[in-house]
Design a protein around this ligand. Structure first.
Ligand SMILES: Nc1ncnc2c1ncn2[C@@H]1O[C@H](COP(=O)(O)OP(=O)(O)OP(=O)(O)O)[C@@H](O)[C@H]1O
Ligand SMILES: [Mg+2]
Length: 253
């Protein structure tokens, strides 16, 4: 059975998609058959992997509405062992349709349970605590929480942890935080250091040993449709995500 990790933080622009793409890429490089599920209507993981959204046979919207099976929409990327289930803005419409539907919380879990076998499935969540995000939390064994090293980083995290607690109590008792990943860390500023200390205080056992530096190559890579490891594998950002992927393997055991 796949180890399912949901990359979640309802705050926007904290590095969820960057982390999802690059973690998935390095897990695949390390020989793990890996699927990235783009579960954000923005479809950033889809375009970040160079997928042309106009050429899609199906998307996660079809899977959520159960008009297509997960296996029918999955695309093999040009990177060995790495697959993607793409999304487009139509995914946003499904939330309205789902609102009253039966089994609306377990659409993603069911799709994964009935889908092809992988070693890892990485879910890229939208920046909200929406029905889609909750579907992700119910489908996942772990949450990976990227936190941007900036002043408001910890605001709103209480709400996410509360949602995780509710999910654990109701539908997914084994949901666990695999780790908190500080992103866009700028070693030159004392603010970054202070925020890092604050994050560590809140999650002493959960913070990843390796943090992600602010690195322009990481920001450039998606415009070339490439993970950082294929765009510039010697960059600081590439080395950081490779280390995080190794740590994920250790933590999963
Ligand atoms: N470590 C980094 N260094 C420099 N730029 C980064 C880094 N991580 C992410 N970025 C850039 O910051 C922006 C936000 O990152 P990203 O899209 O990964 O965040 P997100 O949490 O997925 O956003 P959203 O909430 O909108 O889905 C992007 O332009 C991305 O390229
Ligand atoms: Mg994103």
């Amino acid at each position: 059975m796949a180890t399912v990790i949901s990359v979640t933080n309802q705050k926007g622009g904290v590095g969820k998609t960057t982390s999802a793409i690059n973690l998935a890429y390095y897990l695949a490089r390390m020989g793990r058959k890996t699927l990235i599920i783009d579960f954000d209507p923005q479809g950033n993981a889809t375009s970040g992997l160079g997928i042309d959204k106009k050429m899609l046979e199906g998307t996660m919207a079809d899977v959520v509405l159960e008009t297509k099976q997960l296996r029918d929409i999955i695309i093999e990327t040009e990177h060995k062992n790495l697959f993607i289930a793409p999304s487009t803005p139509t995914l946003a419409n499904t939330e309205v349709e789902l609102a009253q539907a039966n089994r609306r919380f377990t659409r993603l879990k069911n799709a994964i349970d009935n889908g092809p076998e992988y070693d890892f499935i990485i879910i890229d969540s939208p920046p909200s605590l929406s029905l889609l995000t909750v579907n992700g939390l119910i489908a996942a064994r772990y949450v990976l929480l990227p936190v941007q090293a900036e002043f408001y980083a910890l605001e709103g995290l209480g709400q996410l942890l509360e949602t995780m607690k509710l999910v654990r109590k109701s539908m997914n008792p084994t949901l666990d935080l695999i780790g908190v990943l500080p992103t866009m860390v700028d070693g030159r500023t004392s603010l970054s250091g202070q925020v890092l200390a604050e994050i560590t205080k809140h999650f002493p056992a959960k913070i990843f040993k390796h943090t992600i530096p602010r690195n322009v190559r990481l920001a450039e890579a998606p415009s070339h449709g490439l993970p950082i490891g294929a765009y510039d594998r010697f960059s600081k950002g590439a080395r950081a995500y490779k280390s995080v992927a190794k740590e994920v393997l250790e933590r999963v055991g």
